[in-house]
Design a protein around this ligand. Structure first.
Ligand code: SF4
Ligand code: SF4
Length: 162
């Protein structure tokens, strides 16, 4: 969605968004049922969470510590995400933005501060676009896919609040 600001090539060399500690496996992206069907056809391992949402299955060795990191099964460790853009989960397409709810219940838009692609100029432009022309689209996505609205996490700067 913001590939004119952060290129796929940049993400392919970073991959921070595409591997998950055992303790943060809850952060794997949520898939719509339609997308899940398409990804199953590509042979990707998926799992259902207790709330019914569908996501990628991660492989952790049996006695792996909580800090052990597993790659998303759609990741090629050498070249990055193997999925064409139209088959990427919406949360992946939004990164490093995330829709979240704070304790009051208000919807907020967060920007992941540790994203290495966020130079001061890119950060400034991303905030301008995300809180400007892109905001109606983000609000529609939050409305249509409420499951992707995550609890607030302090690793994100709040750049917009309803
Ligand atoms: S942290 Fe930033 S540069 Fe790294 S993969 Fe995520 S969006 Fe791309
Ligand atoms: S689907 Fe692609 S972009 Fe999303 S976490 Fe997996 S490898 Fe990364």
């Amino acid at each position: 969605m913001l590939t004119h600001l952060i290129s796929a090539d940049r993400c392919a060399t970073c991959r921070l968004c595409c591997n998950f500690r055992r303790s943060s496996a809850w952060e794997t992206p949520i898939l719509t049922p339609e997308l899940a069907d398409l990804l199953r056809l590509r042979g990707l391992p998926l799992r259902s969470r207790s709330d019914g949402s569908i996501t990628f299955s991660l492989h952790f060795p049996e006695h792996a510590p909580e800090s052990f990191c597993a790659n998303c099964p759609a990741l090629n460790p050498d070249s990055g995400c193997t999925l064409p853009r139209e088959l990427r989960p919406i949360e992946c397409r939004l990164w490093p933005l995330r829709l979240m709810r704070i304790s009051s219940g208000a919807l907020v838009l967060g920007l992941y501060d540790a994203c290495p692609a966020l130079s001061p100029a890119v950060r400034k432009q991303m905030i301008r676009e995300a809180t400007g022309t892109l905001l109606p689209t983000l609000l529609r996505i939050a409305d249509e896919q409420p499951g992707i609205v995550r609890p607030f996490h302090p690793a994100y700067s709040v750049i917009w609040q309803e």
